[in-house]
Design a protein. Structure first.
Length: 162
């Protein structure tokens, strides 16, 4: 893992940081490919045995969620959750489905979904307090940006009007 003191994780920033030289012709296809090759060769010590998560372009790392470390990230990727955006979409979908099916509130739905995601692989053995901390982080985030609040309010209004 590379830790950048400058916070610049762009191709130019990584290249300059690793090799202490300027990256010329940035954003030109051939120069970018050569720079990527040199960086990957350097990082893999010429073995090209790369391991660990790889995130799709324009997605947010699961580790940006407080309390999600390597083991939790592995469990989520094993459950085919490859980014923060995918996790949020799953939580939104489940919150809506749980409300329609059982009138379940969002916090309970988030708890249910997260527990299901982390119970799919017992080998990873994620501590229960870590799971609780992740649930708390996600439910607190919901307070600021409710996942299905407007949907739930609209549905409740529709139900009470009929």
């Amino acid at each position: 893992m590379i830790r950048q003191t400058s916070g610049n994780y762009s191709l130019t920033g990584l290249y300059t940081s690793l090799f202490k030289e300027e990256f010329e012709n940035a954003h030109r296809a051939e120069a970018d490919v050569r720079a990527c090759h040199r960086i990957l060769t350097h990082l893999s010590e010429q073995r090209w045995e790369l391991t660990g998560p790889m995130y799709p372009a324009y997605s947010t790392s699961l580790r940006s969620i407080r309390w999600v470390g390597r083991r939790a990230e592995l469990l989520l990727t094993t459950a085919n959750i490859k980014s923060l955006e995918e996790l949020i979409l799953l939580l939104q979908k489940n919150a809506r489905c749980d409300f329609i099916a059982t009138n379940m509130d969002e916090n309970t739905s988030i708890r249910k979904t997260v527990c299901q995601l982390f119970s799919t692989n017992f080998k990873a053995n994620l501590p229960l307090d870590n799971i609780e901390n992740i649930i708390t982080t996600l439910t607190n985030a919901m307070i600021e940006r409710p996942f299905s609040h407007s949907f739930v309010l609209k549905s409740q209004t529709m139900l009470t009007n009929h």
